[in-house]
Design a protein around this ligand. Sequence first.
Ligand SMILES: Cc1ncc(COP(=O)(O)O)c(C=O)c1O
Length: 421
Amino acid sequence: MKLSMVADHARWPRENDIIFNLSERAQKAEQNIGKENVINATIGALMDDDGKLITMNSVFEQLKSLPNNEISAYASIAGQDDYKEAVKKVCFQGNDPDGYVRVVASPGGSGAIKLAMWNYTNPKDVILTSDWYWSPYGIIGEEAGRGVANYKLFNDEGKFNIESFKSKFKEIIDKQGNIFTIINTPGHNPTGYTVSDDEWDEILDFVKEVANDESKKIVLFIDVAYIDFVKDDIASRKFFKKFGNLPENILSIVGFSMSKGFTAYGMRMGAAIGISSNEDMAEEFYYSLMHSCRANWSNCNRGAMSILSHLIADEKKYAEYKIEKNQYKDMLVKRAEAFVQGAKEVNLETLPYRDGFFVSIPCNNPKEICEALTKENLYLVPLKMGLRFAVCAVSEEKCKKAPKIIKEVFEKVKSLDTTSV
Ligand SMILES: Cc1ncc(COP(=O)(O)O)c(C=O)c1O
């Protein structure tokens, strides 16, 4: 047998992240033939029209104005108090749900997912999310011995598939007695779908019905990583109110991230926000997650927390941040509209896009199409059920052009292989 030093649970396939690989290939192509001739739609970060990372001045000027000791010092394990208050303010923006709310700081939104999943699932449990989903949910679960089950995200009308959600939810909770489900909205990665307020009502009516059986434990994890890139900042937050006054055996956890909304990807700052009608359940959430912080990373990036606290404490600075952020949001909206319109013009099917960084294209042979597209100098990400195009990283002009190139490659591949597309 081949020698292996790692423990049994740590033996994983030796593979590099496919997204970073493709992104490197795109960058090489840019060096070889010029940026203007390459479409790099692999990157999950806002890039300007020249392909440079966008960084918000209001955020980084704040960082640079901090005294050294505010960056250098250890932070409290669950996060600085002013940061925790600031998280609630920027996340809810006045739509605070009624109930007991506790915040635990985490390294990015990923840290919040890890904290929540670890503390609210048992070994061998399966977590529930949609069939189109951000693959780290599976990786985070897998690392802890948890599996993933999926419901179909879309029904035939391109709306949230409540029937599929209900049936998978029931199947899991009947078996496990508990359920942990992740809903990534608004601006879902990878499809750009946003659950509407009416769809939330349907989801919550059903969940409350299941919660009538008091032996059942239900955790709703709402991943709002893209909430700052939704067309209407205020309307998109109304759904938070719906998590107030839920039965005590339903715990809602909002996964907050500074990565996208503050262009602070590498600063690794986020939070898990627990919402319960029962004060003791909220306290339990706080102390269980805090224990995990200590056990994993001790405490988070104090300078990054201070950025948010200072921005929120100073109305003028916060207003400046919002103006800056909304300019980028408007840019994103135009790019996405250009892509979706371009797709319509050439009859390229896309999944229903509403908000956020990505648009997805369903297909049966994503890897093959993706590889064929690299020959046309267009780089995007192959997923299990299709392709992900990062409108966040591509100029409006290129977003307009890309669907035609993709459609032509679909046709070419189809003519070579009748089983595909
Ligand atoms: C769906 C989703 N959730 C959460 C995150 C959290 O990211 P981070 O850990 O960088 O805050 C991301 C980032 O790509 C994401 O796409």
